[in-house]
Design a protein around this ligand. Sequence first.
Ligand SMILES: *Cc1c(COP(=O)(O)O)cnc(C)c1O
Length: 360
Amino acid sequence: MSRATCATIHLGALRDNLRRSRELAGTARIMAVVKADGYGHGLERVARALHEADAFGVACIADGQRLRAAGIRQRIVVLSGIDEPADIAEMHRLELESAIHHQTQIDWLASDRDPRPLRVWLKVDSGMHRLGIAPSMVHQAHARLRSLPNVDAEIGLMTHFANSDVFADVQTKAQIECFEQCAGDLPGSVSMSNSAGLLGWPQANRQWVRPGGLLYGISVVEGRTAEQFGLRPAMTLSSKLIAINRVRRGDTIGYAASWTCPEDMDIGVAQIGYGDGYPRSAAAGTPVLVNGRRAPLVGRVSMDLVTIDLRQHGDARIGDPVVLWGKHLPVEEIAAAAGTIGYELTCGMTRRVRFLEDPN
Ligand SMILES: *Cc1c(COP(=O)(O)O)cnc(C)c1O
């Protein structure tokens, strides 16, 4: 038998979350961000479930290739654009659109002899200081792009928020103002918001929004789960109990003997560990669901197994289901217990995890 560890992807949740995005987006169109294999949910599977999205955002041309091979016909934007001159021909072949975040990319376009117009999005650095053209250079870069015969005349404008998940923070407001000042008078569609922008900064909606995490039912907003925003988790990670052992008061559990039993008790062992992508940093006390009810982890997460305090689960039996995150157990809560964000957890499933699809 194969291992019990499964990631179930709820296709209906993806569709519902897209619908919820539309409510939040108003008239803005939705570029569904599906980078990193659809945040670990499976690129083609996610794109098919989100077939009502207006466009897809990916991190590399290879993802665009996979989407086209799967028959996806929407616009696809490569969020970091061309990485070398040869990418331009590949973008044409696959009908992909390129973010332009650096003068070097404009140089490559200027030297390219392909007469076909490439669709581009000029990326403005409004304050995140990762990718983007500096505000003082935006007009010049835009003018240069417009002068190139192999660049489509409709140039989109894009920027990315550094801190939109903190609704009270002043940086997002400053970034919107910075964008207005350096690019507000340029023609073309504007795209600013990621998921947190869409949830907390409606004034940034403009013509296009770019939600990622929100579509998967994951929140990065401090202290708020996606369910509290009316979203449904799109992944449930589950396994089962493969052992229940009686241990004595004073016995220690697992590697480094880091947890000591305060009384005689039952310890459950579930078939999942960091070799599946469950975070090793999840401390004792991190909740799992045994038969749908919470139980805390004890001891260290191993490569293949975790150990669970079953004192409140006298009815538990070998073979019973264990949920690590998903429905009724927000991935945000597990991420907080492991010192990370939900995105890193869903992106981190390893190849031995079986993926199942749930139409709901
Ligand atoms: C990842 C990404 C997004 C989506 O971010 P979420 O927080 O997942 O909504 C949007 N735009 C760009 C440029 C990105 O890299």
